[in-house]
Design a protein around this ligand. Structure first.
Ligand SMILES: [Zn+2]
Length: 298
């Protein structure tokens, strides 16, 4: 929802940031100085629908005694989205289409909400957690899906709205069809859900990504191979990004990074990129949403 003139938050008002992800939803309140005052997270259960999730967000927000001091909300969610209209257009991994998330949240909490792509927010959050000196930074988020963001000269670069959609860079592969309509997108090989799908297809065994990682460490040859192929796919994509943007910093984050040592050798064979890693707090998206809201106010 567009912020209206008569609802401009006061300068000392708190910011409520919400990160809607395929697996979990997290929220945090930030003071005017950017300090985190409250943090909570819970499973998303996308299959129960957006309205149910918004009600649950309301329940968790009200656990913070000072929640009424919030002057605005910023919600980050997977793209593609219509940021101006506050609408989630089509979240394939969650089965959601055309969800007016800002209106729903505004109605639930009585606050104006703005919307940012979670990957852009993640990149901005990484930038503001120790990389402010970096003139150009790209961030790869490797979790259920793969997203990315680019921060150039301290500002997130969004292109026409969905730039830096690194999960859909084509890589050498097995001609797998992607939900986006393309073939052999990075996400099919190096995301948590991609690794799980490939393991399931070969073994009939529906293990989660963490379970496949554990299997690889225990010597499961197929699991090891899948992570090694994930590393190769990631290296190819990183090399493509390097060729286009030549950013000063490549930062990787998200749950799949836990298995980086299983991917590293093939990654390094495919690219000259030297990776940096986001801290494992998983709060980059929330922090980035806060900074996005702050920029909007200026
Ligand atoms: Zn794709």
């Amino acid at each position: 929802m567009a912020r209206q003139a008569n609802s401009s938050p006061r300068n000392d008002a708190l910011s409520l940031c919400v990160d809607i992800g395929g697996t979990k939803t997290a929220l945090a309140f930030y003071g005017a100085d950017g300090g985190e005052l409250f943090y909570d997270k819970f499973p998303t259960h996308a299959e129960l629908g957006a309205e149910r999730l918004v009600r649950e967000i309301g329940v968790h927000v009200r656990r913070y005694g000072e929640w009424r001091r919030a002057g605005r909300g910023i919600v980050a969610a997977p793209g593609p989205l219509d940021a101006r209209g506050g609408i989630l257009l089509d979240i394939v991994t969650m089965g959601w289409k055309n969800v007016p998330v800002c209106d729903l949240l505004s109605r639930e909490l009585g606050l104006p909400f703005s919307l940012i792509n979670d990957c852009d927010a993640g990149a901005l959050g990484v930038y503001h957690s120790g990389y402010e000196a970096c003139p150009s930074l790209v961030y790869f988020s490797l979790s259920t899906g793969i997203g990315g963001g680019a921060v150039l000269g301290g500002k997130e670069y969004t292109g026409a709205g969905n730039a830096a959609n690194f999960g859909h860079i084509p890589v050498a592969g097995e001609e797998l069809l992607c939900g986006c309509g393309g073939r052999d997108c990075l996400e099919l090989y190096a995301s948590g859900s991609g690794i799980e799908r490939r393991y399931l297809a070969r073994t009939g065994n529906a293990l989660g990504c963490a379970g496949i990682e554990a299997a690889a460490r225990a010597g499961d040859a197929l699991a090891r191979q899948l992570f090694s192929e994930a590393g190769s796919a990631l290296g190819q994509a990183a090399e493509a990004v390097r060729a286009v943007l030549d950013p000063a910093c490549f930062v990787f984050g998200g749950s799949v990074c836990h298995a980086w040592d299983l991917m590293e050798e093939q990654f390094s064979r495919c690219t000259r990129v030297r990776p940096h890693f986001a801290d494992a707090s998983g709060k980059q998206v929330l922090l980035g949403a806060y900074h996005y809201g702050k920029h909007e106010m200026e």
